[in-house]
Design a protein around this ligand. Structure first.
Ligand code: NDP
Length: 352
């Protein structure tokens, strides 16, 4: 069983949930973040488990040999046996060009895999957070019969489209090309460790890291907030081209199981709970949170807001091999709503 873990992106939405699960299971975790300030915030958010935590600063994951020192750990401490990589750009705020998605995703991944190969002989497994963005064909979201995606599918987006398309295309392509490069690296370099890639769809859920303002929400929860909590009763039911979701806590569970289950080695998993539409979310919010009645779109309660023939995803592999169980949408929506409304309330109190 793994004893010491390196986790990149540990200060992020998904990274902090993985960190929480690892610490709760007693692992020692070294968190790779961009600045000491971000590391200090992790210490604060996980103060009760401070003795299991270390921080390493990797200021620029694109730079050559970016992870060389980080993967070697601190002298005098046991070396790492597992590395989790979640650090990758996923925000559409202040993005200057598509390369700002593509380069850190691809070079960050390759720099990490190379560093582990060259400098961390004790590592047995690298667990890489991908996305269903590397699985789904976003130009064909509905069909008859509806398409069911599996781990065998790959988004057919081209490099040209990635560089010249809109920023959402660039983000999705960043996950696709980074994952392709990771598997190519494994094939060509035959390193001493194995690789597991986990591809979640829209990931939502309560936050494990602290933020003081709704404006600091990560992209997926920010989108949920904007469309379902900060709207009007009369607004059209929101639609996005992502028809499946997972709760962040179930994704973190899959990540930790990917570390523990030997058969997960060199496997790709889609980590998806089920199909959803925004009408489903709004119905739950309106039923459970009367204070949202004027802020949440009404739509046509009880109906599907997805287009006919909307794609879905087969999650049988992750259920069978990693024994992941997915909580209900109701539980996810209620928990995320409590969390977001709490942040909003604290923010308002701080302003008064
Ligand atoms: P967050 O924005 O909360 O976290 C992203 C993490 O990556 C942060 O630690 C961030 O560090 C780091 N990061 C981003 N850009 C860079 C960069 N250029 N150099 C170094 N570090 C960087 O997002 P999530 O937690 O949601 O995303 C984590 C991973 O999960 C990503 O790989 C994302 O693609 C993937 N994912 C997310 C989904 C979702 O719906 N949330 C769905 C599918 C996949 P910093 O704070 O310094 O910016």
């Amino acid at each position: 069983m793994a004893q010491r873990v390196l986790l990149t992106g540990a200060n992020g939405f998904i990274g902090s949930h993985i960190l929480a699960k690892l610490l709760d299971r007693g692992f020692s975790v070294c968190c790779a973040v961009r600045t000491q300030e971000k590391g200090d915030k992790i210490f604060k958010d996980f103060a009760a488990q401070r003795d299991q935590l270390a921080i390493t600063i990797v200021p620029d994951i694109v730079a050559s040999e970016a992870y060389r020192d980080a993967v070697q750990g601190t002298p005098g401490t046991p070396p790492f046996d597992t590395v989790f990589h979640t650090a990758s750009p996923f925000t559409y705020q202040n993005v200057g060009s598509n390369i700002e998605f593509l380069e850190p995703a691809i070079k960050g991944t390759l720099n990490l895999l190379r560093a582990v190969k060259d400098h961390a002989p004790s590592v047995k497994r690298v667990i890489w957070t991908g996305s269903c963005a590397s699985v789904i064909d976003y130009d064909n979201l509905a069909s008859h019969p509806p398409r069911t995606y599996t781990e065998a599918d790959w988004n057919p987006v081209t490099w040209e489209e990635a560089v010249h398309g809109d920023s959402s295309k660039a983000y999705r392509a960043s996950k696709l090309f980074a994952e392709r490069e990771a598997w190519n690296f494994m094939k060509q370099e035959e390193p001493h460790y194995d690789l597991v890639t986990l591809c979640p769809p829209a990931t939502i859920g309560p936050l494990r890291h602290s933020i003081s303002s709704i404006s600091d929400l990560n992209e997926s929860n920010a989108r949920l907030w904007k469309l379902c909590f900060d709207s009007t009763k009369e607004a059209p039911m929101p639609y996005i081209p992502v028809h499946t979701y997972v709760d962040v806590r179930d994704l973190a569970d899959a990540q930790v199981k990917a570390m523990i289950v030997p058969e997960a080695g060199n496997q790709r998993f889609v980590v998806c709970a089920r199909q959803f539409g925004f009408q489903d979310i709004c119905d739950i919010l309106r039923a459970r949170f009367p204070e949202l009645s004027e802020r949440t779109p009404f739509g046509k309660p009880g109906t599907s807001s997805l287009p006919p023939g909307a794609y879905t995803i087969d999650n049988s592999k992750v259920k069978q091999l990693l024994e992941v169980e997915f909580r209900s949408l109701d539980e996810t929506v209620v928990d995320v709503a409590r969390c977001l409304l709490d942040i909003e309330q604290h923010e308002k109190q701080a302003q008064n």
